[in-house]
Design a protein around this ligand. Structure first.
Ligand code: SAJ
Length: 428
């Protein structure tokens, strides 16, 4: 039996998941050290200067103040190790596991008998048993499940509702043996209010991947349906709302593509590991092709002129621009000599984008000055009450291309706009 009393915890990776998890455990009574290979992240944490999301930031501040949470730049001995490092994909879509391997190697140098190691990072099937366990054995001589506990407890929180989902989502914990799963459960049940289900580590890994794959394949179906509707003179948004009246149907929402570092990434981990992943592979390809389709629609609507894209994050109401399909679209349009492109997003100027040569204005009215086409890229809440008559006054040509069905056709037309909606073959 693993006793969690007075235990020292070492969290590897102070990112979007590692930091809130570390803060949560510090509140639950563990003495938590947070490690990051980037010393600036550690410094920022220790000086109390991190911002994650409402609620989480306060939790981190409390942990720091009470002395149960501290950032460190060196690995050291602990009772429990949590790996929460990124697991992206490489250019060829294969998993980039070097950060997990590096964590396992460093843990392998300091681990002792009786310790517990938990992988939180979303990972390809068999990472726990075939990558982490052998690496730790190589460095320490210790056997997973015999000399120490080893489990996978995938995070399942959605950016934008982190704290609530961290506490209230059900958890799956997969151990290399039952004792390992139970040891990890003893930790998480200190703050998780929902159910915790125990299984083996490979099932837990695949379950997490399938959750995001379910969403990706369904969004792929929605995006394909939008193309079909464009072919057949049907409005996909009307169609979906009607089909979803059936009690067992839940068609997802089409849009300008799928972004983020979860849904657009995780299905590839399955494709890479099984030759039978056919629908999954196709769903990914369909979703990845959407920005190209949106680009060709823009070309049809207006062959040259000034374009303004409203909203560029990977989804509404987040400040995260990484892997955004709208950023991909923006890059394509900017590279096209027929267009002058202006970008605007309420989440504002972003350093990373500046490096890529993209300038984002906060004020959409300024961005829209002299524009020939307004492209609704991301329907942030801030765009709920756009003043179309004022917008019409600053634009050169009054045309809207809505990729989100977030502007009313009726209102746009009343304000004198030509209105084109993605997936609406009825009005094409
Ligand atoms: N999107 C659509 N149509 C839809 C739903 C989403 O085009 O009907 C697009 C969004 O605009 C966005 C992308 O898909 O570009 C992904 O957004 P999302 O809100 O579906 O998901 P993420 O990536 O922010 O978070 C997901 C969540 N997984 C599920 O809902 C199954 C979250 O619970 C996971 O913890 C997270 O991935 C993760 O870290 O794996």
């Amino acid at each position: 039996m693993f006793d969690i009393k007075n235990k020292k915890m070492f969290v590897v990776g102070l990112g979007y998941i590692g930091l809130p998890t570390a803060a949560m455990f510090s509140m639950a009574g563990f003495s938590v050290l947070g490690y990051d290979k980037d010393e600036r992240v550690v410094e920022r944490l220790n000086s109390g200067a991190v911002y994650v999301e409402e609620g989480v930031t306060e939790l981190i501040d409390k942990g720091l103040k009470e002395g149960n949470l501290k950032g460190v730049s060196q690995y050291e001995e602990a009772d429990i190790f949590i790996i929460a490092v990124p697991t992206p994909i490489k250019e060829d879509k294969s998993p980039e596991m070097s950060m997990v391997l590096d964590a396992a190697e460093n843990i392998g140098r300091v681990i002792k008998k009786g310790n517990l190691v938990i992988l939180e990072s979303t990972s390809p099937p068999k990472t726990t048993t075939d990558l982490i366990a052998p690496k730790i054995r190589e460095l320490s001589g210790l056997e997973a499940g015999k000399d120490y506990y080893l489990a996978h407890s995938p995070e399942r929180v959605i950016p934008g509702n982190l704290l609530n989902e961290l506490v209230n989502n059900h958890r799956i914990i997969g151990g290399v043996n039952l004792e390992s799963a139970e040891a990890a459960k003893a930790c998480y049940e200190t703050f998780v209010k929902a159910d915790i289900y125990l299984t083996d580590s490979t099932t837990a890994e695949l379950a997490k991947l399938m959750e995001n794959t379910f969403r990706d394949v369904n969004i792929g179906l929605a995006n394909e349906t939008a193309r079909i509707c464009e072919d057949l003179g049907v409005n996909v948004w009307e169609l979906i709302s009607l089909a979803n009246k059936h009690p067992r149907v839940n068609l997802h929402t089409p849009g300008p593509g799928v972004g983020g570092h979860c849904i657009a990434v995780d299905p590839w981990f399955i494709v890479y590991n099984s030759k039978n992943a056919n629908i999954i592979n196709l769903g990914r390809k369909i979703n990845d092709s959407v920005p190209d389709h949106v680009y060709s629609m823009v070309k049809d609507i207006i062959p040259k002129g000034k374009l303004t894209i409203l909203g560029l994050t990977y989804k509404p109401n987040t400040d995260d621009f990484r892997e955004s399909p709208v950023v991909e679209l923006a890059k394509k349009l900017i590279a096209d000599p027929d267009y002058e492109v202006s970008l605007t997003d309420p989440y504002g100027e972003n350093k990373q984008l500046k490096v890529a040569g993209l300038e984002i204005k906060k004020d959409h009215m300024k961005a829209l000055e002299g524009s020939d086409l307004l492209i609704m890229g991301v329907n942030h809440k801030d765009y709920d009450d756009l003043d179309l008559s004022e917008i019409g006054k600053v634009m050169n040509t009054k045309t809207i291309f809505d990729t989100r069905n977030s502007i009313s056709r009726e209102e746009a037309e009343k304000a004198g706009f030509k209105y084109i909606l993605l997936g609406d073959g009825k009005h094409a």
